[in-house]
Ligand binder design. Structure first.
Ligand code: FAD
Length: 366
């Protein structure tokens, strides 16, 4: 079993399979799992996830997996506040943590290793070659070549396994983002700022103890200067001190139609499982990693088709993700300037905005 990427999706899949006694190798291009982070670092608690995807309530493995130790969870975030362009505030309850992905991803990797998986860091998948004689694919890295009966693409938003195979679906629309770690921020809620501060996206502040993660995602067509300049201006206005920068892509196109191609199963961002209306993807990466593991075990034990993985994804999260994609599309269609964003937020009100963030229909008619 080869897992490409030791993010939340890869580590959950690796643990699920290793604890059943399978031989699991995870290759990870970074030297240290979770470092550097590419994230706002808001980790959903079990309550938040099981409200968004009620089907998982009946899954004891996942509920157990979500029992993260306090030392990796950072600061509890009880509130989210959305700010309109005129700084009108819409607040509602949340059940999340502002954490450090270095510690969080490291913890998930440790659990996979304790279950028996091997994680080989500093190992980047660079090429996939077909070996017609063996009727197999060879996965070539800077650190050796591998073949496997099953491969999990847990390589994140750019879905490198599908890219290098030239086969399989990859997530569509990507939102470019940049963030920084700051000190000097006072509030304890997850704050989101809409409008010209981040056209076609949003700016965020996620407190995590002494420091906060402040970031910005902007729709590609509105980027007229380096993203860093947008973020620096936002941080200047906040009056915070910046310590370091990071960034990455958030796939906002919704779930790929099929996350299975031959013996390759895409999980997490590689399968487009981010919630497009809020950019969160850690929880879905974990859920899909577990479901991919289940499908491989069923295939091995009873010959069930790997397509069962797609069905499981659809049952678990297709509807909320479809609603979330539609909310994002409506946002892109109508909120083209501050006036329209302000008006749309007033029409939706706190309840409608909360529903949109939670992947529910923001109004009963749409
Ligand atoms: C700036 C930003 C802010 C975000 N904020 C949040 C948030 O606050 N909350 C939330 O829930 N989600 C957030 N997300 C989304 C979240 O980060 C992802 O949904 C989540 O990390 C997906 O997990 P994953 O396991 O699918 O992929 P990833 O976490 O991206 O892990 C992929 C792993 O694969 C490795 N890899 C990539 N290519 C190769 C290769 N060729 N060979 C070997 N290894 C490789 C990478 O190094 C990485 O470790 C944010 C994303 C970004 C970019």
């Amino acid at each position: 079993m080869l897992v490409v990427g030791a993010g939340p999706g890869g580590s959950a899949a690796a643990m699920r399979l290793a604890e059943e006694g399978l031989d699991v190798l995870v290759i990870e291009k970074r030297q240290v799992v979770g470092n550097p982070a590419q994230c706002g670092e808001c980790i959903p608690a079990w309550g938040e996830m099981s409200d968004a995807f009620p089907v998982i309530k009946g899954d004891p493995w996942l509920e157990d997996y979500w029992d993260f130790p306090p030392h990796v969870m950072g600061q509890y975030l009880e509130w989210m506040r959305l700010f309109s362009p005129s700084m009108r505030e819409y607040g509602f309850e949340l059940d999340c943590y502002g954490a450090h992905r270095l510690q969080f991803d490291g913890h998930l990797g440790d659990r996979a290793q304790r279950a028996g998986a091997e994680i080989r860091t500093g190992t980047e998948l660079r090429k996939v070659q077909k070996q017609p004689k063996l009727n197999r694919e060879v996965y070539r890295t800077n650190n050796g070549s591998y073949t496997a009966d099953y491969v999990i693409d847990a390589s994140g938003a750019l879905a490198h396994v599908s890219r290098l195979r030239g086969k399989g679906e990859r997530p569509g629309v990507q939102l470019p983002t940049i963030y920084c770690q700051v000190s000097g921020h006072q509030t304890d809620s997850f704050d989101i700022f809409m409008g010209s501060v981040a056209p076609g996206g949003y700016a965020w502040i996620i407190p995590k103890g002494e420091i906060a993660n402040v970031g910005i995602g902007i729709r590609h067509k509105y980027i007229d200067r380096p993203l860093k300049q947008w973020l620096d201006k936002f941080c200047d206005d906040l009056g915070v001190t910046i310590h370091s920068y990071g960034g990455g892509w958030i796939p906002l196109g919704g779930k790929v139609k099929s996350a299975v191609n031959d013996n390759v199963l895409g999980v997490g961002d590689a399968a487009g499982l981010v919630m497009p209306s809020n950019g969160g993807g850690i929880g879905q990466a974990i859920i899909s990693g577990k479901l991919a593991g289940d499908a491989i075990l069923s295939n091995l034990n009873s010959g069930a088709s790997l397509a069962g993985y797609d069905r499981a994804l659809n049952v678990t999260m297709a509807k909320p993700l479809r609603i979330s994609t539609r909310s994002k599309n409506l946002f892109w269609a109508f909120c083209r300037n501050d006036f329209m964003t302000e008006t749309a937020m007033r029409i939706l009100g706190t309840n409608g905005l909360r529903r949109a963030v939670d992947c529910r229909r923001p109004l009963f008619i749409i």
